[in-house]
Design a protein around this ligand. Structure first.
Ligand code: DHB
Length: 340
């Protein structure tokens, strides 16, 4: 999303937009309303499927007692795409100063993605008028028997072909709504370049969100000698502070890959994963993030987290004498080599 930075703080210091990560506090109208009434710069729904889903059996979410990490295997429980479209419609037409409104959509099959696009672009309901962006979730690690699409570059390209041509040919509109991809963590540097060269072919994709939860972790309770969650033999996506180095590597890997691919390639980067403090956000911006989203810490602390993070970020900027994001974004330095 090109969700604007906010400088509505006492410091007159620019702060990146901070939003909820999809999956956190966004599955029902009640929780979305709480986010809508918070100081989040934007809101994103739970990843929706065409029909409501129960998700995986419980226990399916676990928090480390010292908040080191979370592990989840929710399995996309959600109320169906129409529920979230109707929620956004209930907020009324978008006004200039409103929070950005993002709809997260699952990618279960190309047919289902196209069917959901048909609903979004429906000319009677006109849901498009009530939302800013679609974030396609290509990286849910918790679908039993189903791999992560964004790890299969050929399948991801085929899906992108269909989706972007549906938007352009059938609805003649890519401008009205932004489209972005929620990506899994990549662990090999060449993968950033591969994804960048794929995305260069699809200018309708204007943002990526990196990273989704890290697949797959396993936590064991030694008293019961059992896994802490039930689905997938206890395996699930990892979130929380332990994943921050992975999200920093992915944000910076994509920042460099986009810049190296072409100076005119512009895909906004939402940095997600492991944010606990304003310092973490400062690091993500240095690595190249345009904006950030908060997952596990929002679950732990509630929507008050947005104010705290913004204040802490501004304190760091102030202490360093910075006032604008352009002084920081992507300006990560690589430690100088020392010859032994
Ligand atoms: C689910 C888990 C995720 O990490 C995610 O990004 C989206 C959905 C889930 O299992 O519901």
């Amino acid at each position: 999303m090109s969700c604007k930075p906010s400088n509505n703080n006492n410091w007159m210091i620019e702060c990146p937009a901070i939003v909820n990560a999809s999956g956190c506090m966004c599955d029902t109208k009640k929780s979305l309303t709480e986010l809508n009434q918070s100081s989040a710069d934007g809101i994103c729904t739970k990843t929706a499927t065409i029909n409501p889903r129960m998700g995986n059996p419980s226990p399916r979410y676990w928090e480390h007692p010292d908040e080191l990490f979370t592990i989840n295997s929710m399995g996309l429980p959600n109320l169906g795409v129409k529920y979230y479209l109707e929620y956004y419609k209930s907020l009324g037409l978008k006004q200039q100063l409103d929070q950005h409104r993002c709809l997260s959509l699952a990618v279960m099959s190309t047919e289902e993605s196209v069917a959901m696009l048909e609903l979004v672009y429906d000319s009677t309901a006109e849901y498009c008028k009530y939302i800013d962006a679609i974030e396609w979730n290509l990286s849910c690690p918790n679908l039993v028997g189903k791999g992560i699409l964004a790890y299969d570059f050929a399948a991801m390209s085929t899906w992108l072909d269909t989706i972007t041509s549906t938007c352009i040919k059938k609805y003649n509109q890519t401008k009205q709504l932004e489209h972005g991809l929620k990506l899994p963590p990549y662990f090999e540097p060449y993968q950033f370049d591969v994804v960048a060269s794929i995305l260069a072919k699809y200018p309708a994709v204007t943002f990526i969100n990196t990273i989704n939860s890290v697949p797959n972790g396993l936590e064991i309770d030694i008293d019961t000698e059992s896994t802490v969650i039930h689905p997938k033999n206890g395996m699930g996506g990892l979130g929380g502070p332990i994943v921050l180095p992975v999200s920093l590597a992915n944000v910076n890997g994509f920042y460099r890959a986009f810049r190296n691919h072409s100076p005119v390639m512009h895909v906004n980067i939402i940095g997600t994963g492991g944010i606990q403090t304003g310092e973490d956000i400062f690091k993500l911006v240095l690595a190249g993030a345009d904006m950030v989203s908060v997952g596990s810490q929002l679950m732990i602390e509630g929507p008050i987290v947005f104010d705290r993070l913004r204040t802490e970020f501004c304190e760091i900027m102030h202490a360093k004498g910075y006032y604008s994001l352009s002084q920081v974004k992507g300006r990560l330095k690589v430690a100088a080599a020392v010859t032994l």
